[in-house]
Design a protein around this ligand. Structure first.
Ligand code: ATR
Length: 513
């Protein structure tokens, strides 16, 4: 089973030990990054394994490999030799591993490591262009049979992740560490077991010493939320596909549910930039079900073998699960949205209600079809007017731009205003998509964004006296429906109550730490 390795990047031995002690219960081993230590602290590394009390990797990462060691190779060899010197008969007092690069050429040091039971991690860091033949590279790096081969690749795309994953699959028979560094590689760290990696590197992200490789996960989050140590070959993999995905509540929601019901399943964020390349990886990872979010709700359609009626009518899909015939697609945005809206309005339908829909993307489509189904009349306003028109024509609604003309038309459609665009969402512009409109205070206003909890638009509506709601309630409702899609049953009521009692506050607290 893959191990959790905590990277210690503090400036002093004392600070590193403090951090290790704080997070000890979440970690199986540690990596002492000697290159991050103050120069005079580097003289005292020999006793670190004894003080740490768990297996430790000795690493002095050069700046050309993404580390902080800027001295000459002679000085580095001396430091490494210091760390490995005076080997103790009790191997727990020695470094368990030493990380040396593929071009490291000091046979006497390697010999010493082997003699005293320090296992060599033979590493290759690819920070710029991905080499063509990764498996060949891995083979050529192999020095002795007991070495661990490590490929740390800075991935710039889902295609890069796919190549690392495929390389890992084709390189068998020897322990290896496969790391996809960067935003697109995050799931390779959570699913290290499936990526065939001997360990996953983590940081204590809430400590200000954390300066590890890009994309490293927080050790507590990995161990507690993702239950990393319980992920085995049998664990069923689910997740959310989107980009940038930073603000998705789904990993928190599903993993909390899985833990409550003791379900051998994990739910992983899959930030991707190519849905095609991702589906090759998903097959290899044996992913069972996925939530699909911005910007892939339409792009996923060609990958489906069948879909529900609602996907057909809305033209967007936010949930897929694996069947014998291929991926089956559904859309739970629709039902989640209407349930949340009707409860907010205290109504059973939208008869005689005039509604403004802002935005004309995938979510807007689902919203428009639901407003129509519930008997409401609407206007769709969007920055790109022809997209608003395409949606509106389908339901005999009106349409317009987010300009004076559009605002004038919408004044007759302002019982309910529903904001579906990405404006105001964390990671996008913090603008107000309806800045030309003055609220009267009588409108019921729903913004489907929930990170932040209050967008500038929703704040302005509330300040004008409008009743407001954000998208958190809807997202939880649609996630419950996704769960039913994945597992063919509803979330047990007592678990749902427990999640709801944790609610938005817990979620926002998790996000802010
Ligand atoms: P989703 O699936 O969440 O609806 P989407 O399909 O990418 O996401 O749609 C995003 C919506 O936000 C679109 O309506 C988009 O307007 P355009 O159709 O003109 O692109 C809207 N949007 C994004 N950025 C915007 C901005 N700066 N101002 C106004 N609207 C914006």
């Amino acid at each position: 089973m893959a191990k959790i390795c905590l990277c210690l990047t503090g400036k002093t031995i004392k600070r590193n030990l403090e951090i290790l002690n704080k997070y000890r219960k979440f970690t199986d081993m540690a990596e002492l990054r000697v290159d991050c230590l103050d120069p005079d602290e580097r003289l005292h590394i020999r006793r670190f394994p004894e003080l740490a009390g768990i297996p430790v990797i000795l690493t002095i990462r050069r700046d050309i490999d993404g580390g902080y060691f800027t001295g000459g190779e002679g000085a580095r060899v001396k430091l490494l030799a210091n760390g490995l010197a005076y080997a103790n008969a009790d191997s727990r007092l020695n470094f368990a591993y030493v990380d040396i690069e593929e071009d490291f050429q000091v046979p006497s040091l390697e010999e010493a490591a082997r003699t005293f039971g320090t296992r060599i991690i033979r590493s290759c860091h690819i920070l710029n262009d991905l080499i063509e033949d990764i498996p060949a590279k891995m083979k050529s790096m192999r020095h002795a049979g007991d070495e661990i081969v490590k490929m740390a690749v800075s991935v710039k795309s889902t295609r890069d992740v796919k190549r690392v994953f495929q390389a890992s699959k084709s390189f068998t028979g020897q322990d290896k560490i496969m790391v996809c560094m960067g935003h697109y590689g995050i799931y390779s760290r959570i699913l290290a077991e499936r990526f065939g990696s001997f360990l996953t590197y983590t940081s204590a992200l809430s400590e200000n010493t954390a300066i590890g490789a890009p994309g490293q996960m927080d050790v507590r989050e990995l161990a507690e939320l993702y239950r990393f140590r319980k992920i085995t070959k049998k664990t069923k993999v689910y997740g959310v596909v989107g980009n940038p995905l930073k603000a998705s509540v789904s990993p928190w929601f599903f993993n909390t549910v899985f833990a409550l019901e003791n379900n051998d399943a994990v739910y992983v964020p899959f930030p991707v930039n190519s849905i095609r390349d991702f589906f090759v990886i998903a097959k290899g990872l044996d992913v069972q079900g996925l939530s699909i979010t911005v910007p892939f709700k339409e792009a996923v359609l060609p990958e489906l073998s069948r879909n529900s009626e609602v996907v057909g009518s809305v033209g967007a899909c936010n949930t897929i699960h694996r069947t014998n015939e291929g991926w089956y697609g559904d859309n739970t945005d629709c039902a989640g949205f209407s349930a949340s809206l009707l409860e907010f309005l205290g109504r059973k339908n939208l008869k005689f209600k005039k509604v403004t829909i802002i935005g004309a993307g995938g979510v807007s489509r689902a919203v428009a079809s639901e407003i129509f189904r519930m008997g409401g009349k609407a206007i769709v306003l969007n920055r790109t007017v022809h997209k608003a028109r395409n949606i509106a024509l389908k339901y005999n609604f009106r349409w317009g731009g987010l300009d004076e003309n559009g605002i004038e038309m919408m004044s007759k459609y302002s019982d309910v205003i529903i904001q579906t665009s990405s404006v105001g969402m964390e990671g996008y512009e913090a603008d107000d998509p309806l800045e030309l409109y003055s609220f009267t205070g009588k409108e019921a206003v729903m913004d489907l964004i929930y990170t932040p909890a209050e967008t500038p638009f929703l704040k302005r509506a509330a300040a004008a006296g409008c009743r407001t709601i954000n998208g958190f309630d809807m997202v939880i409702r649609q996630a419950c429906m996704q769960y039913s899609n994945f597992f063919g049953k509803d979330i047990p009521q007592k678990n749902l109550l427990q999640i709801n009692s944790l609610g938005a506050n817990t979620w926002n607290k998790i996000r802010s730490t």
